[in-house]
Design a protein around this ligand. Sequence first.
Ligand SMILES: Cc1cc2nc3c(=O)[nH]c(=O)nc-3n(C[C@H](O)[C@H](O)[C@H](O)COP(=O)(O)OP(=O)(O)OC[C@H]3O[C@@H](n4cnc5c(N)ncnc54)[C@H](O)[C@@H]3O)c2cc1C
Length: 417
Amino acid sequence: MDITTDICVVGAGPAGLTLALLMLRSGARVTVLDRTRSFEREYRGEILQPGAMTLLDRLGVLDGARARGGYELGRFQLVENERLLMDIDYGTLPPPYGFLLSLPQRHLLTELFEACSRYPEFTYLEGCGIRELVREGGAVTGVVCGRGDDRRRITAPVTVAADGRYSRTRRLAGIEQHRLDAFAHDILWFRVPAGGRTDRSVRVHRTGGTPVLIYDSYPDCVQIGWTLPHNGYRRLAEEGVESLRSRIAHAVPDYAEQVLDQVKTLNDLTLLDVFSGYADRWADDGLVLVGDSAHTHSPIGAQGINLALQDAALLHPVLMDALDSGDFGESALSRWVPERRKDIDAVFTLQARQSKAMLGGGSRLAGAVRPLAARALAHTPLYGKILRAIAFGARPITVRSDLFGEAEPLRGEAAGA
Ligand SMILES: Cc1cc2nc3c(=O)[nH]c(=O)nc-3n(C[C@H](O)[C@H](O)[C@H](O)COP(=O)(O)OP(=O)(O)OC[C@H]3O[C@@H](n4cnc5c(N)ncnc54)[C@H](O)[C@@H]3O)c2cc1C
């Protein structure tokens, strides 16, 4: 069955579902399609910054997502050979979000989806990847998605590309993505049982020369990201799993037993190509890009979800104006972009610095300077400023709740429940 709607969102990640909920609450008809059939997103961002929590709370979904299970992580620490070089205390931030939240992405997405599902104007197509962009007179007027008998055409005056870092929608629109080579590492990710240990912090360990990211992951697990030189996996894999797992165990002595127990073959590890990048345009006539599809970030500093949610909040009034005026041209849909590009460039710069400071080379000089620099920074006003920028972003971004409809036409009420 073909569908006609106000907004067609490709991708039910944090950006797509948040935007869908904002538009539904403002009375628009929204169709979201996703190529997957579940909200299990393995090896995706789990750490939410206070800025992301603030937006989710304003949308009324934070408590529900947290009730599904997650951990408050109070500190971000850099540890080198058992020595604590940097100890960022999120408790120094203003309440109520003086912590990082480790929340499985399925909990966030399920909560957002359930909130959207309360609106009769919401249509969700699962297992339905985008196949074509439909254009009329040059402007995008919808998409074709799905395959075989499930193939559908969705007609909408505006399509939103929220389909992530490898966005097919972006490719179909002929928009180029530029990779930034700011990171010298790839990451091998895996989870091990926490075995009752609870550190409730995010840590970068630099024991044994190889930086390792570690954080508590719900339920009762530890997520470990072992960094390796960019494109260096093939050589390591050739050395065999025995050598690799003993190197990892050496780098995380506290979890050595679990690593040796869990990592039996190379298939127990997932290699992630870490990169950042940006699309050269974020809009076309009838099309707009948000979240990772517009700008992709490395996991360093846990920024991606925060930025994706902020994008949705910034795009919401732009789309409401477009629905009011009927102007879905590239320039109307790009209105939010110039200011946003500045925010994003600032995050790219910050992440490149964080990456260099935490994962950077291990020369003798760097090893000697790193603790001094870390200690000196902790006692300057710059420290608080950097922490607030990491936690909330460069400027306050809020949900335009004034655009929400007075009475929410909830599905339960419509059905007389
Ligand atoms: C290993 C790793 C760890 C990370 N850790 C963190 C972290 O701790 N904190 C943090 O804030 N950020 C983290 N990030 C970044 C974060 O995950 C992303 O920035 C964030 O998920 C972006 O949200 P999004 O909605 O734009 O895209 P995505 O989350 O990628 O969602 C895109 C959606 O589009 C769907 N899709 C893809 N292709 C198609 C298609 N052809 N048709 C239809 N649907 C499609 C996907 O199924 C998905 O649901 C991490 C990233 C990586 C790779």
